[in-house]
Design a protein around this ligand. Structure first.
Ligand SMILES: Cc1ncc(COP(=O)(O)O)c(C=O)c1O
Length: 373
């Protein structure tokens, strides 16, 4: 239905949105227009650029259901936002951070790096309990200051029940941090429902934007807990008053943005999110889940040839399906798929397919047919 927004080369079967997405046509148009404007007029229209930036904050506010766009900062990437949290909090020796054993390095390394301050990182083994959430909750104790999880795991595609985890944190007075890069743009996300304090996600996966511009949601009531480690003009309350010797940091999440914004990224992500909002996140979520169900059913019918590494229950997956061939190595099958122009990834011990809402069913079917060969 939205195929015209994605004029990918005919030869390409793009099942790699969990890595880096293709841009929608409108994003390319917005960036070209921005480039032409820069060439012809420089920054003459800077006030309009600032308008686009504030509309982007509003789009992101809606995407996560934040109370206000003052809770949205625009950072470089997910890792930077995780570092802002990790190095902003006041730690004591013996404090504990809980994450999971399946996290992408960005959501593990940053916590492990706090070892020098005496902070202990505890990766919950998700296979040890009746549910992954129970395994995580079992790790929360009196020393735990923060739980940091990916909403959807990059390797297995496991989706966690954030509402349950957020409630468990709330009961125990533990901060809740969510790396949402594998679900924002693919699924409805609600910071009110899950009671997250901090949420981060770069734009280049399911949000269909470019690399290098990321959402950092910081709950207003949890903002002052983060000490600032970077300073500059852009983060000040009165940012355009360059002459005043007195200054104070912004009351909003702009305090995390020290200098000039990534205006090219702002224009690109703004265009990409306009498409997501036009289609509507509930509709996108449904289409993503239909694609996932199609793939899960395919592998369930071929369990003599493939082992599915993604949970089959609908509430435990989003847009990622990872599988392992039983008769050959994932790497050799991956090479074959790549030669056939199927964009996918080797992750989590298998091959990861991640189509988006617009992925034509016939293309998805064509890729799956290759696995029957
Ligand atoms: C769960 C998860 N977090 C973080 C990242 C990387 O984040 P960034 O490059 O925005 O720092 C990835 C990339 O694959 C990811 O899958």
């Amino acid at each position: 239905m939205y195929e015209s927004e994605f004029p990918l080369d005919d030869s390409v079967i793009y099942l790699n949105h969990a890595a880096v997405s293709p841009w929608p046509q409108r994003t390319a148009t917005a960036v070209k227009r921005f480039a032409d404007e820069n060439v012809a007029f420089g920054s003459r229209n800077y006030p309009e650029w600032v308008n686009v930036e504030s509309r982007l904050r509003k789009q992101l506010q809606l995407l996560v259901n934040a109370d206000s766009s003052d809770e949205i900062a625009l950072l470089k990437n997910t890792s930077e936002a995780l570092s802002v949290v990790a190095y902003g909090l006041p730690w004591k020796p013996g404090d504990k951070v809980v994450c999971t054993s399946q996290e992408f390095p960005s959501n593990r390394v940053v916590w492990e790096s706090l070892k020098k301050l005496g902070v202990i990182t505890c990766p919950a083994d998700l296979s040890q309990h009746d549910s992954p959430e129970s395994a995580i909750i079992a790790c929360l104790d009196n020393s735990t200051r923060l739980l940091s999880v990916s909403s959807v795991q990059y390797g297995t595609g496991l989706k966690l029940d954030l509402v349950r985890l957020g409630a468990a944190c709330q009961e125990r007075d533990i901060l809740f941090c969510v790396d949402a890069i594998q679900s924002l743009g693919a699924e409805v996300f609600d910071v009110q429902a899950c009671q997250a304090d901090y949420v981060m996600a770069d734009g280049h996966k399911w949000m269909l934007g470019p690399e290098g511009i990321a959402l950092f949601y910081c709950r207003a009531s949890s903002m002052d807990r983060l000490d600032l480690k970077q300073y500059g003009w852009h983060m000040l309350e009165d940012a355009l008053n360059f002459d005043s010797p007195a200054w104070k940091t912004a009351g909003s999440a702009r305090r995390f943005e020290c200098g000039s914004p990534n205006m090219t990224g702002v224009h690109a992500l703004h265009a990409s999110l306009s498409l997501l909002h036009e289609v509507g996140m509930p509709a996108i979520e449904q289409l993503v889940h239909e694609n996932t169900r199609f793939m899960v059913d395919f592998f369930a019918q071929r369990n003599d040839r493939y082992r599915l590494l993604t949970p089959t229950a609908a509430h435990q997956h989003a847009g990622i399906v990872t599988f392992r061939p039983l008769a050959e190595s994932p790497a050799s099958l991956f090479d074959m798929l790549t030669q056939e122009h199927v964009a996918c990834a080797l992750r989590g011990g298998g091959i990861r397919f991640s189509p988006h809402f617009y992925t034509p069913r016939k293309k998805l079917f064509k890729a799956l047919e290759m696995l029957d060969g």
